[in-house]
Ligand binder design. Sequence first.
Ligand code: NAD
Length: 280
Amino acid sequence: MKEIRGAEVAKALKAQMTEDIAALGGYIPQLVIVRVGERPDDISYEKGAAKRALAMGLRCTSFVFDAEISHEEFVMEFQKINKDPEVDGILMLRPLPKQINEKEIERLIDPGKDIDCIGPMNLARVFAGETDAYAPCTAEAVMEMLKYEGIDLKGKRVTIVGRSLVVGKPLAMLMLGQHATVTICHTRTADFQGTCHNAEILVAAAGKAKMIKKEHVADGAIVIDVGINLDEEGNLCGDVDYEEVKKTAGIVTPVPGGVGSVTTLVLLKHLIQAAKQKRR
Ligand code: NAD
């Protein structure tokens, strides 16, 4: 069994991105992170993204709003950021507090700055197969891992577990774009085990700790684990029972150290792309 380690994929991506930044002729792209409230998950994601952006020599600014901010006031503040020509890309941490109509904000975001693909325009472009659209970063991170490993998707049987708009559905579209034959499983899939076992490439994105066991995985299959969960002991784990699956799978991605370590870099890749687009 082989592992695809996120750090190796990230290193290769970084090398390309450094060249892309240099090609901007001295312009430094600016990422803006929008956070409402003090949720620990948001703060830790924000810190990680900011650290990576700054380490790559990019600009990163955080705007933090009170958890009690009204919808109207947030729209006003968000639009200032959205319309600021110095802002190249926006990462808005979600979910937003209940009083804010998140759907309205998603519709407001400038598609050219929507590097995390929260707005309907970018999502529609991904579904239309436009290759220069900003796809949801996790879905694209899965594609980057497969690309790094030189895996050709053409004609391959792929099963994706999970049909969310941030991972499962857009990933299915990206894979169809590479001519894979894609099946999506969800909580009501009838022959779940059989559908997983039929796959040459199995992607787990359900958010259920260690739910993918060896009986779900064909011998030699490629297993990409997107899940981020805590096991009974409170340790970080994926959707795949790694210890069990590694005995028969061909390739498995670890958690931590797999897809998650590529996701933020994809966001920064989009930021550089957005800056390049703006300067055209
Ligand atoms: P979600 O809850 O929005 O969607 C989960 C999907 O999985 C649903 O479509 C549901 O039908 C399906 N599902 C759940 N339990 C199932 C089961 N027992 N059998 C079959 N299908 C089942 O979750 P999400 O936002 O798509 O995230 C999925 C996982 O990926 C989570 O663990 C999340 O933490 C992780 N995630 C990781 C990254 C990353 O960077 N690696 C980014 C986003 C999400």
